[in-house]
Design a protein around this ligand. Sequence first.
Ligand SMILES: *Cc1c(COP(=O)(O)O)cnc(C)c1O
Length: 367
Amino acid sequence: MLMLTPGPVQTHPTVRAAMAEDIAPWDAAFRPFYTRLRERLRAIAGGVEGVHVTLPLQVAGHMIMEAAIRTFVPAGRAVLIPVNGQYAGRAVKLGRLAGWQVVELPVPDSRGVTPAEIEAALAAHPECSHVAMVYSETGSGIVNDPAVIGPVVRAAGRRLIVDAVSAFGALPIDLSKQPEIDTVIFTSNKCLEGLPGFAFAVSRIDSCEAAVGNAGSWSLDLADVWANTKGSGMGTLRFTGPVQALRALDVALDRFDAEGGQAPRLARYRANADALYRGLKGLGLTPYVSEAEQGPIVVTFRQPPGLVLADFVEGLKRHGVLISSYYTSNEPSFRIGAIGDVGLAEMAKTVAAVQAVLGELGLQQAA
Ligand SMILES: *Cc1c(COP(=O)(O)O)cnc(C)c1O
């Protein structure tokens, strides 16, 4: 089966094979491996040794987003979240349920947020110490660029938290050039093409040290992960985690390096997304976002009249293609991931499968 969900993604067999091992996470033999993996991730983020540190948590992306808000947004202050998609909406929800003050900036889910919108919202909301933004909005496939938004946040004297869960490894980020970023968060199982199990926050060490006592949680306290690192070393975990996923990620990072790193990976995904976008449009389907706003990670199309998403998804499975069984845009759609260990041959197979299934469901006319 070809898996084209926008995370978890299709992985290479050698990545999956790396998990077939018993590992003692606190054994001395594990420590150099774990230390090196953390340094590799910091380097991909453009993090500077001694300034930034990779803080792992054995959780999903949503949970490290909660940890980031809890850790870095101080008591009595608020976080501004531009909401142009459902993943940003989830950040609003988890922030509020954690008890934090959240100011929403509503933006259509068909385009990225603009620096002028952030600037105006920050001027109107002096209580916001932070902006938390979703880099690649997996809800509809659009992109909010932290390199464009960051300077406005910096000029306003505020801090930035970047959810790069579906961006990291493909879309560029350079923490060395963006001191306003407290942390960038991501997981092992999206554009890095590893398996699920770990989430990471590459964070500023000074921000962690200033954040002691903020989180109101032990499990979701990135300042405590840093304190543990400082006290016990880079090679130690606080609690038991699915360390096999770290072995898999290390193999996935070898593949990332062999591909040439972030830029070639982005180019492959961009080509995948373009092939899907043009191919599905060629079948008469309507894209959810304009070509100019279409990001390289996930392609979203409107459901043609008469389409039952569950039937469509099951039909594609009969043709060997697995896509999301739910949609995450504001209007009904279906979405296909352009990420993972896949290329143009897989995209062509997918477009052909969509064409066949629309025919089988009698929806060619509708499309
Ligand atoms: C996938 C994703 C998440 C978190 O996903 P989990 O299922 O919690 O790992 C968060 N933000 C974005 C933008 C995502 O694409």
